[in-house]
Design a protein around this ligand. Structure first.
Ligand code: 0RA
Length: 667
């Protein structure tokens, strides 16, 4: 057996260590999701992120300023950096190169020096050995001490010991890792340029000294990201389509080995776009660093406003934390030695000491800045005072609507078909486009745990509307009261009556527009639900393929073709012409069914499916696929919503032209 042979050391004997290595690799291959989240597109892209994160760690340590990622023609990926190179010296006991240990032993990727900003928790920092274990093959080249070293692996197992394959004349060092994700493990093996680019762009903003290049040899695309201004450029980029009211404010400082870097600005928009990072990891659920920032922001501005007579004692106004959110775009990037990540998705920083570190640095530096930049300070405070007034108006609007009992879950909307059990963890609500699909869903569902809320056509675009208009909208009221977690300042995700909120819209242009409107609403007003991974998109089939009594469903063209191929092969001896291909709706297709032929019907809308079909294809938890909406790249999501739903027309047109295929927003 090949595996066992590989487990022997140079003398042909098994070693305890090599057997452990095999066990480790096997564990990763058996339960890949434990290490990389899933084996779909997301998990696949995590492989690249994992290696790139290691290259960025070298940059953080001050040894690397260049990362090149190449998607090769054969579907493999190469990640190259100019870091120190993975060490190659022989371990005195194991008699093995450190390179082999890093590549094959779980968690050995962890840096040997203790003084580094480690990543822990979440899906980051699982180590390059995990990437290796999940690759059909992998090759590593290390440049160190004027020599080039090489090792190759198959499913994580070395083909041979580390060899020196050459020398070179320069003091350059670096690591080059090429891996081909194993098709037996991943459901999807095609990398998406934009998905990889998003993370690389983000890393380039967060690490201004590093130049990040992405090449796609399949699609023939190439992009290099390098931002001299770092997170200041990031903030400008995020606000590209908004109108900032001042230049970005930049704060930098360090306390107790915790460097803090913040850039922020206010624009004339209403939404808040705050993105926080710890050791380059996006802390979507926030945490102590964010609390520290907000506390200092509110206190420092209020102090300044009182001291300079911008708020009169007699007015009795204190600007609250919420008033400082409106129109704020900020990037907070800190480094923590031993971060503790908490929360549903392990993206909430828990380290208590960090709050006061950030609070102190922001307090001091911001006060200084305001003293020196009076006009900017005044503009921001004016803006926040207007926000306070608007907030008061919103409170009144909410009060007004509340008096009509439209927002609370004591008075559920009439068209909601609720489920019978009331344990949120086991309940889900389908928000369904249109009454006809809503009707089918109501009949087809499992009423014990599935609730259905039909929504009429296009809801309001909340990106453009004022809060009182949003609250007056009937469809939005219905969603707020059905979900039962309140809205605005009072929103409390803990109160959600459902553990899953599933958006089910038609697979056409209108359907994707409605889905975008619904997502925009949830993103701007119930963001925690998305951050906690509670929002999903239903995946209704596009085609029904019928052959005699057999029925198959296909969710895209590729799957349809696969099924057709299989059916045609099964019907041995039958001539190709006998296969009838029709593009009709189910009902009419039923009428023209021919006993020998294959009938393909394309669903035009959910309403065309009868309750049983809807249940078995889209709603039955045992057989359905639902896409979890994630905020892995919250910055990208912001950008997309703002581009698609905001005021500026030209960027929207450009975006839709560029992403025609993706304009249905699979964030
Ligand atoms: C272990 C220890 C050191 C660096 C690395 C691993 C390392 C891993 C990767 C993965 C991709 N690029 C990488 N670059 C470096 C520390 C090196 C030292 O102490 O000399």
């Amino acid at each position: 057996m090949a595996k066992e042979k590989e487990a022997k050391n140079g003398n042909g004997n098994y070693t305890a260590e090599s057997i452990n290595v095999l066990k480790g690799l096997e564990a990763v291959r058996k339960r890949p999701a434990m290490y990389i989240g899933d084996v779909g597109s997301r998990g696949l892209h995590h492989l690249i992120n994992e290696v790139v994160d290691n290259s960025i760690d070298e940059a953080l340590a001050g040894y690397n300023d260049r990362v090149i990622v190449t998607i090769n023609k054969d579907g493999s990926v190469t990640v190259e950096d100019q870091g120190r190179g993975i060490p190659v010296d022989i371990h005195p006991v194991e008699k093995k190169s450190a390179l082999e240990v890093v590549m094959t032993v779980l968690h050995a990727g962890g840096k040997f020096d203790k003084n580094s900003y480690k990543v822990s928790g979440g899906l980051h920092g699982v180590g390059v050995s995990v990437v290796n274990a999940l690759s059909e093959w992998c090759k590593v080249e290390v440049k160190r001490d004027g020599k080039i070293y090489f090792q190759e692996y198959h499913c994580g197992i070395p083909k041979a010991t580390v060899k020196q394959i050459g020398t070179y004349k320069s003091d350059r060092t670096g690591t080059k890792i090429t891996f081909k994700p194993d098709r037996e493990i991943f459901k999807v093996t095609k990398f998406n340029f934009e998905t990889v680019a998003e993370r690389m762009r983000e890393l380039a903003y967060l690490n201004k000294e590093v130049s990040m290049t992405l090449k796609d040899e399949i699609e023939g695309q190439e992009e290099t990201y390098k931002f001299k201004g770092g997170i200041i450029d990031f903030v400008k980029y995020l606000d590209e389509n908004r109108s900032p009211i001042h230049k970005p404010i930049y704060i930098e400082g360090e306390r107790d080995n915790t460097p803090v870097e913040i850039a922020f600005e206010y624009s004339d928009s209403y939404s808040e776009n705050v993105h926080s990072y710890v050791n380059n990891i996006n802390t979507i659920e926030g945490g102590t660093h964010l609390v520290g920032f907000r506390t200092a922001l509110t206190r420092t501005f209020n102090n300044y406003a009182y001291k300079n007579g911008l708020i009169k004692e007699s007015n009795k106004i204190t600007l609250s934390g919420d008033d400082f959110k409106e129109g704020l775009t900020a990037v907070i990037s800190i480094k923590v030695m031993e971060p503790q990540f908490e929360g549903q998705t392990k993206t909430k920083l828990g380290n208590g000491e960090v709050k006061s570190i950030v609070e102190t640095i922001v307090g001091e530096k911001l006060a200084e800045f305001l003293e020196e930049n009076g006009p900017t300070a005044k503009k921001i405070i004016d803006k926040c005072m207007r926000a306070a007034e608007a907030r008061e108006a919103a409170r009144k609007a909410r009060e007004l609507v509340r008096r009509k009992n439209a927002l609370d879950s004591m008075h559920l909307p009439g068209k909601l078909a609720d489920c019978s059990i009331n344990d949120p963890e086991h309940c889900e609500i389908y928000i369904v486009e249109g009454d006809s699909a809503g009707g089918s869903a109501k009949q087809g569902r499992d009423r014990r745990f599935q609730a259905i809320l039909p929504i009429k056509g296009k809801i309001l675009n909340v990106e453009k509307a004022k809060i009182n208009k949003i609250l007056e909208n009937q469809e939005i009221q219905a969603m707020i009261s059905a979900i039962g977690a309140g809205i605005g300042e009072e929103f409390d995700p803990e109160k959600s009556r459902y553990g899953k909120i599933i958006l089910m819209t038609d697979a056409d242009v209108d359907g994707s527009h409605i889905r975008t409107l619904l997502l925009t609403f949830l993103y701007r007003h119930m963001k925690e639900l998305i951050a906690e991974g509670k929002v999903y998109i239903a995946q209704p089939p596009l085609y029904k393929i019928k052959k005699g009594k057999e029925e198959h469903y296909a969710f895209d063209d590729e799957e349809r073709d696969k099924i057709l191929k299989r059916l045609k092969v099964d019907g041995k001896g039958k001539k190709e012409e006998e296969v009838i291909l029709e593009e009709e709706t189910t009902e009419s297709a039923e009428g023209t069914a021919q006993p020998k032929g294959i009938i393909i019907s394309r669903y035009k809308g959910l309403g065309e499916m009868n309750p049983e079909q809807l249940w078995s294809t889209t709603m039955n938890p045992e057989t359905r696929t639902v896409l979890q909406v994630n905020l892995e790249s919250a910055a990208a999501a912001d950008k997309i919503f703002e581009t698609l739903m905001g005021d500026a027309v030209e960027p929207r047109r450009e975006f839709i032209e560029k992403h025609a295929k993706y304009a249905n927003l699979d964030i």
